[in-house]
Design a protein around this ligand. Structure first.
Ligand code: ATP
Ligand code: MG
Length: 427
C-alpha cells in the first residue's frame, strides 16, 4: 500500500462545505471596494527577498524568523510574500502607477509566514488588503477605516473594537526613541533575548512584544503619544473627529505600535474577544516613507489587511454563514425515458432562469436512492421525472424542506413555476 501524503504543517485545505463562508466574505469585500472606488491589483506570490528586507525591516519577527526564503535555480534569493503592501508598492513604482496619479487598490490571496501553527495562526493564511497611495490624510485615513466598518456591518459581524494610535513622524520619533532606550536599559534584566537585540535596532518594536513576562515593563514605558510632533497631533485629532462624525467608536491605545517598520502617524487594529489570543482581525496604518524608501517618489500612503481565516471563524461563531452553494432544485430521473431527456430538461431550466442552481441526477440509481441524494444535496425542491410523467410531458415538483407535498407541472411551465416557488419560499 502506498503511504498517504500529508499537507504541509500550518497550511490548510478549504473544503467545499467551508468555501461558502469565504465566498460570502470575498463577495461582500469586492462589492464594498467598488462602492469606494477601489480597484483590484493581482500580484505574484514570489518577490525578491530584498523587497521585504528593505520594507518590513530587519528587526521584525517577519524578516528575522518567519519568511519562506529560498534560492531559485538561477541563484536569486526569492521569498513567498508574507504580506501584500511591499509588493503593491513595488508594482506601483515599477509600472508607473504613481506618476502624477493616485491609486486606490485592493488585492486578496495567500500569505506565508513560518509561525507556530495554532488556532487562528497558520503558515499559509489569507489576507484581503487595501491600499490608498498618494493620499496624505487624515480624510483618507478615516475613509479607509469607514470601509472596514461597512464590511463588518454588511457581514453582520458584531463585537469588534477599533484601537487607534499615532506613531508620529520618523523625525519626531527620534527624541522619543532615546527616552525609550534609556528606560529599557534600566530594565535590561527583564528584557527577553529578542527585545535586547532590538534595543539598538528598533526599540519601538519592544512595545509590540507579546511576551507576558515583559508586560509590566512595557506598561511602564514612556508613551509616544506624549511626544508627538504638532502636525501629527493635528492629523490624529482630525482623524478622530472624522470618525466621531461617522459614529465609529474607537479607543486610543498609546501602546499600539504594529509589527512592521514602515508605519508613520496613523496605526489601527480591529480586535475581537471571540478568538482567544489571536485577537487581531484587521490591522493597518499610514506609511508615508515607504514609497521613497523603495525607490519611488515621496508619496504618502495608508492601507490595511484583514485575516480571512479569523473573519471566517467569527462569521461561523456568530452564525452568519448563509448556505450558498446548495442547488435550488435536484432533478430525479426515474426510468430510461426520463434519463434520456433529463440532461436536456436541466439545460432548459438553466436557460430559462439564469442563476437557477440545478443539479441533475447523474449515474442512475433507484428512485429511493435518488430521493436520498436530493435531500442530501440541500436543494429546496426536487423535480421528479418518471417515465409516465415524461410520456405526459409533465414532472412532479416536490418541496424537500416543508410538508407542502408535490404537484404535477407541465414541463413547459416548469421554469416559471420553480422560480415563483423559490421566490415565495425565500420571503
Ligand atoms: P498578529 O499580531 O496576530 O501576529 P500581525 O500584526 O502579525 O498579527 P499583520 O501583519 O498586520 O498581522 O496582518 C494583518 C492580519 O492578518 C492580522 O490582523 C491577522 O488577522 C492576520 N494574520 C497575520 N498573521 C496571521 C497568521 N499567521 N495566520 C492567520 N492570520 C494571520
Ligand atoms: Mg504576527
Amino acid at each position: 500500500m502506498s503511504e498517504i501524503i500529508q499537507a504541509v504543517r500550518g497550511m490548510n485545505d478549504v473544503l467545499p462545505d467551508d468555501a461558502a463562508a469565504w465566498q460570502q466574505l470575498e463577495r461582500a469585500a469586492r462589492e464594498i471596494f467598488a462602492g469606494y472606488g477601489y480597484r483590484e491589483i493581482r500580484l505574484p506570490l514570489l518577490e525578491r527577498t530584498e523587497l521585504f528586507k528593505r520594507s518590513i525591516g530587519e528587526f521584525t519577527d517577519i524578516v528575522e524568523k518567519e519568511m519562506y526564503t529560498f534560492e531559485d535555480r538561477g541563484g536569486d534569493s526569492l521569498t513567498l510574500r508574507p504580506e501584500a503592501t511591499a509588493g503593491i508598492v513595488r508594482a506601483s513604482i515599477s509600472n508607473g502607477l504613481l506618476h502624477h496619479q493616485r491609486q486606490k487598490l485592493w488585492c486578496m490571496g495567500p500569505m506565508f509566514r513560518y509561525e507556530r501553527p495554532q488556532k487562528g495562526r497558520y503558515r499559509q493564511f489569507h489576507q484581503i488588503d487595501v491600499e490608498a497611495l498618494g493620499f496624505p490624510g487624515p480624510d483618507a485615513d478615516a475613509e479607509i477605516i469607514l470601509l472596514t466598518a461597512r464590511l463588518w456591518k454588511r457581514l453582520g459581524i458584531r463585537g469588534l473594537s477599533l484601537n487607534l494610535n499615532s506613531l508620529g513622524t520618523p523625525d519626531s520619533r527620534r527624541e522619543y526613541r532615546a527616552l525609550l532606550v534609556a528606560y529599557f536599559r534600566q530594565h535590561l534584566d527583564v528584557l527577553d533575548e529578542d527585545s535586547r537585540r532590538r534595543l539598538d535596532g528598533n526599540p519601538l518594536r519592544i512595545l509590540d512584544s507579546k511576551n507576558p513576562a515583559m508586560a509590566e515593563v512595557v506598561q511602564g514605558a514612556p508613551l509616544l503619544t506624549d511626544h508627538l510632533d504638532a502636525e501629527s497631533a493635528t492629523h490624529f485629532a482630525r482623524l478622530r473627529a472624522h470618525l466621531d462624525a461617522a459614529q465609529i467608536a474607537h479607543v486610543v491605545n498609546p501602546r499600539l505600535v504594529r509589527g512592521l517598520d514602515y508605519y508613520s502617524r496613523t496605526v489601527f487594529e480591529w480586535v475581537t474577544t471571540d478568538l482567544g489570543s489571536q485577537d487581531a482581525v484587521c490591522s493597518g496604518g499610514r506609511y508615508d516613507g515607504l514609497v521613497a524608501q523603495l525607490g519611488g517618489d515621496a508619496v504618502p500612503a495608508i492601507g490595511w489587511a484583514l485575516g480571512e481565516e479569523r473573519i471566517v471563524e467569527i462569521m461561523r461563531q456568530q452564525g452568519l454563514v448563509t448556505d450558498e452553494g446548495r442547488p435550488d432544485v435536484y432533478l430525479v430521473l426515474a426510468g430510461d425515458a426520463a434519463e434520456a431527456i433529463g440532461l436536456g430538461l436541466a439545460e432548459k431550466l438553466r436557460d430559462a432562469g439564469p442563476g437557477l442552481k440545478v443539479e441533475a441526477n447523474c449515474g442512475g440509481g433507484s428512485f429511493k436512492s435518488q430521493m436520498k441524494r436530493a435531500d442530501r444535496s440541500g436543494a429546496r425542491y426536487a423535480v421528479i421525472l418518471g417515465d409516465n410523467e415524461a410520456a405526459r410531458g409533465t414532472a412532479a415538483l416536490k418541496s424537500l424542506r416543508d410538508a407542502s407535498g408535490q404537484r404535477e407541472v407541465a414541463l413547459a411551465e416548469l421554469a416559471v413555476e420553480l422560480t415563483r416557488a423559490l421566490r415565495t419560499a425565500a420571503t
